[in-house]
Design a protein around this ligand. Structure first.
Ligand code: GLU
Length: 365
């Protein structure tokens, strides 16, 4: 398998197959696959649906289509069941992250999510992400976990996305009506025709259907993330994946993930300020692959909040040497510049990060 870090999205139809609460029926094979990936040195983040389905029987509803608050209550109680269900398949710890679109759009929260995921993975934990259904009103909602999974793949800098449901992949015609419908093994260009083939959702438990899976694939491949749409109810697909075969529909990334990310940092993200470094810090960043520490900063220019991008300048030559995402706002940076990382807590009363710009969030120019 040709990836280092993957996001695996698991649909409600796999978590709660008969809509009768959580089940281990399909999750066991998925969990075994995750464990094998981890043993091969790969990092995995799960995006799991199923909280509403898992909590459905525990909240009175009386209608096949419950109201939004009723569904939110189902999600709230079901989330606990769903997490406990996942944890029983792993020896390593699982962690829960509930996020909304609003969180991903906000620079400060985006960087918080990124930092949390980074530390969880460094510690061998399996992060399990779901939409925060309690607060996710329409404008806050990603709306479906397929698109959420693509955004999580971006924020976590994954290089592969697996979207697992109970559908084999993308067919050229609707397989429910056409026995001759053929599975498309590889899609290199996502066109209107591909969306037309996707049709509408097939499963009453699932919210997304094929359209949102293709939207997610589109987001991912544009950003250098290989994507697979697979049938997670067939346990043999995991053996095939482990052998390097493609058991569903594969969307090839347009370019390597690190290249796409560097491009995004370099050309797309606008700098909101400048952080000027002394000679030692310049040398550490350029020649030693180091992060930017507060001790090396001797001037801050512009106005920015945490999570925004800044130019990194050699204070002696005034040359721009790099660009990166700053963990601190200008105001906070002014208070901690020149100090050691261990002094941040005394100066600010808290320490959101020991580094000013993490190496992974920086591109040398
Ligand atoms: N967040 C919802 C749940 O956990 C699912 C949304 C989706 O499947 O797209 O039930």
């Amino acid at each position: 398998m040709n990836f280092n870090r993957a996001v695996i999205k698991v649909g409600s139809a796999l978590v709660s197959p008969e809509n009768k609460g959580c089940s281990g029926k399909y999750l066991l094979a998925i969990a075994r696959f995750i464990t094998e990936c981890q043993q091969a040195g790969k990092e995995i983040i799960l995006v799991s649906s199923g909280s509403v389905a898992a909590g459905r029987q525990l909240i009175k509803h009386g209608s096949p289509i419950p109201s939004i608050p009723t569904k939110q209550a189902m999600a709230s109680v079901g989330q606990m069941k769903m997490m406990a269900n996942w944890q029983r398949f792993f020896d390593v710890p699982c962690s829960q992250l509930l996020i909304t679109h609003g969180d991903l759009k906000d620079r400060q929260r985006y960087i918080n999510i990124k930092n949390t995921l980074r530390i969880l993975l460094e510690n061998g934990v399996i992060p399990i992400v779901n939409e925060n259904d309690t607060v996710a009103t329409d404008e806050l909602k990603v709306g479906d976990n397929d698109n959420l999974a693509a955004l999580v793949a971006l924020v976590s800098e994954a290089d592969c996305l697996f979207i697992l449901s109970d559908i084999d992949g993308v067919y050229d015609q609707d397989p429910r009506d056409n026995p001759k419908a053929k599975l498309i093994p590889e899609i290199n260009e996502i066109t209107a025709e591909i969306y037309a083939m996707a049709g509408t959702t097939q499963n009453v438990i699932a919210t997304g259907g094929m359209k949102t899976k293709i939207q997610a694939a589109e987001k991912a491949v544009e950003n250098g993330i290989d994507t697979y749409i697979l049938n997670g109810s067939r346990s043999n697909i995991f053996e095939k994946l482990l052998k390097g075969e493609n058991p569903g529909t594969y969307f090839k990334a347009k370019q390597a993930a690190n290249k796409a990310r560097k491009h995004w940092l370099k050309y797309i993200l606008k700098s909101s300020g400048q952080v000027k470094l002394d000679a030692g810090a310049v040398n550490a960043v350029i020649n030693k692959g180091a992060s930017v520490l507060p001790s090396g900063v001797n001037q801050v220019v512009g106005n920015f909040v945490a999570g925004e991008s800044v130019d990194i300048i050699n204070a002696n030559t005034q040359q721009v040497i790099a660009k990166g995402i700053c963990q601190y706002s200008k105001q906070d940076l002014l208070r901690i510049m020149g100090s050691n990382s261990d002094e941040i807590i005394a100066l600010l009363g808290c320490c959101p990060s020991k580094v000013i710009i993490h190496r992974d969030d920086l591109v040398i120019l």
